[in-house]
Design a protein. Sequence first.
Length: 443
Amino acid sequence: MTTEQEREKIQDQFKQRMNEDELLNCMRCGFCLPSCPTYIESDFDEAHSPRGRIALMKGVVDGLIEPDEDVERSLDLCLGCRACEPVCPSGVRYGHLLEEARDIINQNKKHSLPVRVLRKAAFHHLFPHQSRMRNITGLLGFYQRSGLQKIARNIGVLKLFPETLATMEKVLPPVPPMKELKNRPEFLPSQGAASKRVAFFSGCLMDTMFMDTNNKTAKLLQAAGCEIVIPKNQACCGALHGHSGEKAEAKELAKRNIQAFENLNADYIITNAGGCGAFLIEYGHLLQDEPDWRERAEAFSAKLKDFTEVLIECGFHHSIPLSLSSRVITYQDSCHLKNVMRTSSAPRKLLHAIKGAELREMKDADRCCGSAGIYNIVESEMSMQILDHKMEQAKASHAAVIATANPGCLLQMQLGIEREGLSDKMKAYHLADILYEAMEKGG
């Protein structure tokens, strides 16, 4: 519970740090309402809509509203999907306001001891250190391969966990052995003459739990004529920190990445995770108050592209034969890839290029699936409501495959398939995995 002293500090920080011009840009027109999943799923509660949350922030700045538990709850329940931004006629950067507000509250509120320990462990001692991420993921791999997973399932240990976590354990991908996790390349040549030199952002989960997808992404880029540099000293993108009120740590991670990538003479910096890409592309905003870093951050972000955009630019879909056995594929947009990086047509063009596959659009393909980083863990009830809606649309498409381009979305869609009992009829894959299989079968 927030104390009176904490509320006074939070209110003062809101007045000092919140961008009042951005708050005033909101015209309260309501164009954002049909795009907001939490507004819809909360039976149209204005407090859980973008304009409602902006009104709460403005009320705190003006001293008309106390930053109490209700305000904090409204901000916490937001997915941060930013679907409100593309439809806003005033161009309000809602995501920036949300992150600033969350950081103010987090930095001026005393959390309980268990929460403090958990946040410190995750945000300061785990995600910023890729070697530790590998070790933790390696333990998961040992659990999967050693027989412990089978034993845990047989004796019912997973029943002790919340249903969402227990189901999520079933859909985790097989983790590569530790030797493979540690033996990562730093340079990959193009196939044939190099038309582009790209730097690859590996990511935390993508280069551990989803390492196979990273490898396939690299092979697609090589086939498209890209030589690839992969700086070893890159770090976590900082998205989880930025979205969870750990802005100072996010800034430090951003600086590490800028230093790692800025002297590589690369045409582009490539990512294959929409959530990471959306945060990386806004490093200029994150470091806007630091003159020594702002220009460097903007130069970094200017080179950032999703791997699908680069494949299209290199003519991959025209020059490489792509083929699959007859199947219907539907595409689930990554919120951040579409709403922040503004990439939605490139993935579809690539899927359309696969012979034997039919791309069938599902209704509301661009509505959030409810993953949102760790949202599906900390806000499980709302996340599952949103996922249930998504699965209704996926089932209505009669697709055998759901394609997406973000690890969180992928796990969430696999979770939805498992919850619906459709694992024998429907699968979810990262787009890179589908394209790689199509390239192999295309010869």
